[in-house]
Design a protein around this ligand. Structure first.
Ligand code: C6P
Length: 422
């Protein structure tokens, strides 16, 4: 049975009761591939996930029978594309339980979403002497936009430290919150180590001092149920391509009142209500932040991806991946010369590791010869990798369609790496 038989419907989502991984894998055509004569073992899901056929078909359907520009035409195709695009917004609202669909802004991905907040909210609220607080666990996408804002305004970037296990030191985080702190911007899950940050507690601490919080949810949305109302965060950002959707489309969630009070990001078509050479009146949210023709097919397919995951059940996905992570952690610890980097008590399905005496790029290259895809390097999170004493690691990142057999293949591959570099 496929997990979602009718991708185009808007019926209530009833999750299946247990994760039938064999059935799930049949939804992902690419998982049948062979690479260098071996079955593909795809363990680079934190970089980008694979796509189920429901998402691929949604893209094909859009370009074969719905393609037109949106919010502009009176003709059939334009009205169809507009309705599908807005339905996708509703699906994304449901996926993170936002209060209103207009709080969902379609952007290119997490990176663009953070830049948008930095350059609109940031440019109006942050001035010289103010502080933006991040953690040592951030991806570059949640560091560089704030550094740019600090350069533009004279504000200062503060960094909450982590311990040697790769966990945020909460007392230090709390100590860094002060009357100059304008925003806390924090990753929910570290892409480099898998650490799950205690974002609910962090939000409570920040809010008790009147400080808004942006949560980078790029590595959280594929792995756990998200409820932005329960979290109470002011902004939440994520990319579609890490959650079974296409590349080039993602979401900025913002509380309506915050988004309404922010100036637009880019100017152009669709973000205006009226334009004259003397004065332009901006459109309402979400359109105020969606200048120009968006990735219409991508947004529609992302809506299908969100529904696909919800139908599987985010809690089932989290449980399954947790078991797989524990299995993989035990298995890797048993391999001679392998050391896991990042041993937080709460982790999502990412394992960074090194093999003593072998450069991570060599690990990646040898595993590739066995059909195993992992990522090596600093994972666009150079500060945290360096904080733990490395300039690069190897990273296996798991998804709900991975299996214990694939972890066994990784372990066999690592034994081969150790042999080769004997
Ligand atoms: N991390 C990884 O291999 P974009 O590139 O905009 O889709 O996502 C940026 C981003 C932001 N925050 C976190 C926590 C992330 O992990 C990423 C992307 C990928 O780890 C590609 S560098």
């Amino acid at each position: 049975m496929s997990v979602m038989e009718q991708p185009g419907t808007t019926s209530r989502i009833v999750p299946v009761r247990s994760l039938d991984v064999a059935a799930v894998r049949r939804d992902f055509p690419i998982l049948n591939m062979r690479v260098h004569g071996h079955p593909l073992v795809y363990l680079d899901n934190a970089a980008t996930s694979q796509k189920p056929r429901q998402v691929i078909e949604a893209l094909t359907r859009y370009y074969t029978s719905q393609n037109a520009n949106i919010h502009r035409g009176v003709h059939y195709l334009s009205e169809t594309a507009t309705a599908e695009h807005e339905e996708a917004r509703e699906r994304l609202r449901r996926f993170i339980n936002a209060a209103q669909a207009r709080e969902i802004i379609f952007v290119r991905g997490a990176t663009e979403a953070i830049n948008l907040v930095a350059q609109t909210w940031g440019r109006t609220h942050v001035k010289a002497g103010d502080e933006i607080l991040v953690t040592h666990l951030e991806h570059h996408a949640n560091i560089v936009p704030w550094q740019m804002l600090c350069e533009q305004t004279g504000a200062r970037l503060r960094v909450a430290p982590i311990n040697d296990a790769g966990e945020l030191i909460m007392e230090e985080f709390e100590r860094l919150l002060n009357p100059r702190t304008r925003l806390v911007s924090v990753t929910f899950v570290s892409n480099a180590l898998g650490t799950i940050n205690p974002v609910s507690d962090m939000i409570a601490l920040a809010h008790s001092r009147g400080i808004p919080v942006l949560v980078d949810g790029a590595q959280a949305v594929p792995h756990m149920r998200i409820d932005v109302q329960e979290l109470g965060c002011d902004f939440f950002v994520f990319s579609g391509h890490k959650m079974c959707g296409p590349t080039g489309v993602g979401v900025l969630y913002g509380k309506a009142a915050r988004l309404e009070a922010m100036p637009p990001y880019q100017g152009g078509g669709d973000m205006i209500r009226s334009v004259s050479f003397e004065k332009t009146i901006y459109n309402d949210i979400p359109f105020k932040f969606e200048a120009g023709t968006p990735d219409i097919g991508g947004a529609i397919a992302l809506g299908v991806a969100a529904e696909y995951l919800q139908r599987l059940g985010m809690d089932l996905i989290a449980d399954y991946e947790h078991d797989l992570l524990e299995y993989a952690t035990r298995a890797l610890r048993a391999v001679d010369r392998v050391r896991i980097v990042g041993n937080a008590a709460r982790k999502a399905s990412v394992i960074s590791f090194v093999v003593d005496g072998v450069h991570p790029h060599d690990i990646g290259t040898i595993l590739d010869q066995e059909g195993i895809a992992i990522r090596t390097g600093h994972h666009c999170a150079q500060p945290v990798i360096e904080r733990l004493g490395y300039d690069a690691t190897a990273r296996a990142s798991l998804a709900f369609y991975n299996t214990r057999e694939e972890i066994d293949a990784l372990v066999a591959g690592l034994r081969r790496v150790v042999e080769v570099f004997g």
